[in-house]
Design a protein around this ligand. Sequence first.
Ligand code: FA5
Length: 351
Amino acid sequence: MDPTKALEESLDSFGREYERAFADAPTEQALRDEKARLLGKKGALTEALKLMGKVPPADRKRIGERVNGEKSAVEGAFDARLRQLHAEARARELSARPLDLSLPGRAPIRGHRHPISLVTDDLLAIFRDLGFIVVEGPEVELEENNFTKLAFPPDHPATDMQDTFWVEVAGAPSDARTLLRTHTSSVQVREMSRRTPPMAIVSPGAVFRRDDDATHSPMFHQVEGFLVDQGVSMADLRGVLAAFAERLYGPGTKTRFRPSYFPFVEPGAEIDVSCALCKGAGCRVCKGTGWLEVLGCGMIHPEVFIHCGIDPEIYTGFAFGLGVERLAMMRYGVPDLRLLFENDPRFLASF
Ligand code: FA5
């Protein structure tokens, strides 16, 4: 066929095609898609223009004007259909049920801190008032800081595969074993090795153990505290922890020391606090005893001082470590520790 004629026919059918396509487009997006398709690389217009090279020079000017005319006709038809779609949408909006401006607004849901953060902040505030500074340590630790320098014997069960998550750290020296710290006591080693007494430090953070039941979680939080100076005695430890318990649970809260063993303290103790819920009468949370175990503590072992470059002939000190989840469970009456980490909004919204 004569290329001029063929091109003119293509342009005619192109004209019919876009008119129909635009009229059928039900939404603005569909309309825009149609336009992109019609004018795109594979569109009918592009196809028709491929014939342009074959059109005799005498016809080219006329055909060129026609092509430009089609292009601006497409734009015009597009704009017209777009206006029409907008007008239809506006008409639907106006004829829809009226907006009731007197309806009460929807209050935005306010977030809040996690119960573990709330309790940790309260604990740190109490110790800050008592003169302690807050220092944090890393969660991935050297075996040396977590166990060896804290005088754990090499066969201590806590170092066992059952309790400790061992990790491989790229670039760590090959003779240094690394783990997820099992307690915050590793911060004692770090800070005592780089500071000169006196020092009074608290250190909050996550710790990890291969434990999992209603009162044990593989990841939980501790707050470590330690104080080193000349002439520090068990009486100072007792005084600090009694003041802490009264601040946390209110005046009249009693504390009791029970002898206990931790390799890095001598003597060692566990502290029970009179149950804040039943005031010592016995309830479900304290399992009828009237007391709740909250922390481990003791006088820092001379061997730990030596490992950290502190002279045990000159200095003494105390240390304690408490489990934040247990305190949070007691404060909020949470029956299962795992609820604290499941992040169920129905549970978290109750704080
Ligand atoms: C320690 O971790 C010692 N580092 C504490 C310490 C510090 C003693 C300084 C002496 C001097 P223990 O393993 O008992 O001790 O843990 C301390 C507290 O952490 C416990 O009283 C308990 O409240 C909490 N805890 C222990 N294991 C878990 C667990 N799996 N999930 C939740 N809380 C736990």
